[in-house]
Design a protein around this ligand. Structure first.
Ligand code: SAH
Length: 370
């Protein structure tokens, strides 16, 4: 059990960072949330845009093909997906991109996936596509070449750290142990995970967004070292080869104060430190910091653009009209999919897109009214 492993670790070495807790809970190879099962879908733990509607992946596929055209139809083009989940988005994307003559012959598909269980699901989903697919563990291990990289709800599950302002200094917030409250019906001698104030961040205090540096005591800011790592890998890759990376995720357009760590199990929230390994742990993406990191690494950025506007600009309605015509029985289902993906109270506004490009690419489709 992950909880036992983490308890032992904290007992022997003291409190651990939230990033360490998340890594273990999500990716422990034997019991981790992603490592062991397929958590995505209506009957599972959470649902994502490509699982809501095939149109989402189709539009991603057309953007990938457009990027290939914009690059001058290079051979050895790589279509790379980070965190492909069930493989649904790639499957829909390939069906659409295939309609662009020459694209499939020029393209190699690469999936970057940490979970063995999900790799198996991806192989099954994508088998019928007939496409040659390669799984590679890390972006920096993918062979060089022009590329389009996409990640939907990938950045949100990268481990975060939390910084707490305490007596005029930034401290790391850690996970420790406290005796379980026996009145809550738990057995004596057990302990539960609690947040504790850790040591000052020292140099890492620079990771707190500049605008929030002087926040009042008690303020909490999330740091996303994983995003920076991804940005650095993109900058390295795009330094001598054309490339475009498109990330879709949930979070505010500007860096904010506040604890957004959340655990979702069977579509319901549970306390984030409860029963690690049984729930998806994510935190909101900080799009302002992501874009800033991209720019300082020399990338060209576009967005954040809201998912609703992006889909609308790309012609979601027109695609829906064609689908509804060929399947009249599904007309209301398709209308409902559009509503879920684009309505401001649904995914339309909270979910946003950021594009990080190498120099000299025309702007990506869908970002004009950003
Ligand atoms: N993109 C999919 C799945 C989102 S869930 C969809 O929209 O439905 C997050 C996905 O990222 C899962 O497939 C998870 O296993 C994968 N993942 C998370 N962190 C990863 C990492 N560091 N390296 C590779 N894959 C990772």
């Amino acid at each position: 059990m992950i909880a036992d492993t983490l308890r032992d670790r904290i007992r022997s070495g003291g409190p651990i960072s939230i990033a360490a807790f998340m890594t273990e809970a999500l990716f422990d190879p034997r019991h981790g949330f992603y490592a062991t099962k397929d958590p995505i879908g209506a009957g599972a733990d959470f649902i994502t845009a490509p699982e809501i509607s095939q149109m989402f992946g189709e539009l991603i596929g057309l953007v990938a093909a457009q990027t290939w055209l914009d690059m001058g139809r290079p051979d050895g083009f790589k279509l790379i997906e980070m965190g492909p989940g069930r493989g649904t988005m790639m499957s829909d994307a390939l069906r659409a991109a295939r309609t662009v003559p020459g694209f499939m012959d020029a393209t190699e598909i690469v999936l970057i996936e940490a979970s063995a269980a999900l790799k198996a699901v991806q192989a099954q989903t994508l088998g019928p596509s007939g496409a040659q697919i390669r799984w590679i563990d890390r972006l920096d291990a993918v062979a060089p070449g022009p590329s389009f990289i996409v990640g939907n709800e990938f950045l949100d599950c990268l481990p975060v750290r939390q910084a707490l302002r305490h007596k005029g200094e930034w401290h790391e917030r850690l996970v420790g142990l406290a005796p379980t409250d026996k009145s809550a019906g738990k057995s004596a001698g057990e302990s539960e995970f609690v947040f504790v104030l850790g040591p000052p961040l020292g140099q890492d205090a620079d990771l707190v967004p500049a605008r929030l540096q002087d926040a009042d005591d008690g303020a909490l800011v999330e740091l996303r070292p994983g995003d920076r790592q991804v940005v650095d890998q993109l900058a390295e890759r795009f330094s001598d080869q054309p490339g475009r990376a498109l990330f879709i995720d949930y979070g505010p357009a500007t860096s904010e104060i506040g604890d957004t760590l959340q655990a979702i199990r069977a579509h319901k929230k549970q306390p984030p430190l409860q029963e690690p390994g049984t729930a998806d742990l994510t935190a909101r993406v900080d799009f302002e910091s992501l874009i800033q990191a991209g720019r300082s690494a020399g990338l060209t950025s576009h967005g954040p653009q809201t998912q609703g506007r992006w889909l609308t600009e790309l012609g979601l309605e027109a695609r829906a009209a064609v689908l509804s015509q060929s399947q009249p029985g599904k007309r209301s289902e398709i209308a409902r999919q559009i509503w879920r993906l684009t309505d401001t109270e649904q995914m339309g506004e909270l979910f946003k897109l950021v594009c990080l490009d190498s120099a000299d690419l025309p702007p990506p489709p869908g970002f004009s009214a950003g």
